[in-house]
Design a protein around this ligand. Structure first.
Ligand SMILES: *Cc1c(COP(=O)(O)O)cnc(C)c1O
Length: 346
């Protein structure tokens, strides 16, 4: 096997959904945008639908169409980017529910697809997507007269429980949705952890399902093993890789493994990240190449057939920390060359 093996534990995914669901008294949806945060939107959504999830969120209509094929009728599939120019056929064909972000999107949707359901996304202070308070005041009566399914907004700082933006957004969302004639949704993973005030009628966790922070008690979902292609011994003074950026300071054994920045192991990990043989750390030596990593395995009595970069010794957020990024980016960068193996009940 020349590619890495990415194990995705669907039982752990389901356990995370149940755990997040149990923290609230309301409905729990699932965010499966970006191919289920890199883990496969179809197997992820199928399992969560079996677990009881009735609503799924994607970023763009195209993602929703392939999800509809996989899930069949029944679950509601919601699109954060709303109704973009040219989306009418795909929204109607796949029976998607766009989260309308502006009065223009509302009028586009109601003209193109009269009677088709929609949600409304409100801006409560993040200034990214959603109707501003004045927009909403102007179109609210019209929006509520149609098949309005959800009124939602998104928190900018939910991963920082003490941040004053959380309470400010909560207050504005309450003001904007008082007397709303549809279920309200404010919280993703971080908002669920902020407590009941933030839950309303529906939550929309993403990263916590996949084992990432801010859900610190998540069950890990992914592990990634990379096959060793070759092992060599270096004398002190020899160098490794592009730019000769690693120099052996002792007799050193280097393993070359099959994954690189083209597989989402970003070049910023060079000289910083660590692989593992069981519990023994094996640091990267030299720069990350497109398809290869070079790893210092001098401390191993025996070099195994593969080394782990994600697993029990190093989770998604540990690796993210070493690479100067966040778990979300590690997950969604996981490359298409890996052999993805979904384990657990489908
Ligand atoms: C991505 C996203 C989510 C899920 O967020 P997580 O932090 O991954 O739980 C929820 N709502 C919106 C609007 C999003 O863009």
């Amino acid at each position: 096997m020349g590619t890495g093996t990415l194990h995705i534990d669907l039982d752990a995914l389901a356990a995370n959904w149940r755990a997040l669901d149990a923290m609230t008294a309301c409905e729990t949806a699932a965010v499966v945008k970006a191919d289920g945060y890199g883990l496969g939107a179809v197997p992820v959504a199928r399992r969560l639908a079996r677990e009881g999830a009735r609503r799924f969120f994607v970023a763009v209509a195209e993602e929703g169409a392939s999800l509809r094929n996989a899930l069949g009728e029944g679950p509601e599939i919601c699109v954060f980017s709303g109704h973009m120019e040219g989306d009418a056929a795909i929204l109607a064909g796949a029976r998607l529910t766009p989260m309308l972000n502006s009065p223009e999107q509302l009028s586009r949707h109601r003209h193109a697809l009269p009677g088709a359901p929609y949600g409304v996304q409100l801006d409560s202070g993040m200034n990214r997507l959603g109707m501003e308070p004045a927009d909403w005041a102007a179109v609210r009566a019209e929006a509520e007269a149609g098949p309005l399914r959800i009124v939602m907004s998104h928190l900018a700082c939910a991963d920082e429980p003490g941040h004053p933006a959380n309470e400010a957004q909560l207050r504005r969302f309450r003001e904007m949705t008082e007397g709303a004639g549809a279920p309200r949704s404010l919280s993703a993973t971080g908002g669920i952890l902020l407590g009941a005030d933030y839950h309303f009628e529906l939550t929309r966790p993403g990263v916590g399902l996949y084992g990432g922070l801010p859900f610190a008690d998540a069950t890990p979902v992914v592990s990634l093993s990379l096959p060793v292609i070759q092992v060599r011994d270096l004398a002190p003074g020899e160098t490794v890789g592009y730019g000769c950026s690693f120099t052996a300071t002792r007799p050193t054994r280097i393993a070359t493994v099959a994954a690189g920045y083209a597989d989402g192991l970003i070049r910023a990990m060079s000289g910083r990240a660590t692989l593992f043989a069981g519990a023994t750390p094996c640091p990267l030596a030299g720069r990350v190449s497109m398809d290869l990593l070079t790893v210092d395995v001098t401390d191993l009595a025996e070099v195994p057939g593969s080394l782990d970069i994600l697993g029990p010794s190093q989770g998604v957020d540990d690796l993210a920390g070493a690479a100067g990024t966040i778990g979300y980016e590690i997950l969604t960068s996981l490359g298409s060359r890996y052999d993805r193996r979904h384990t657990g009940e489908a």
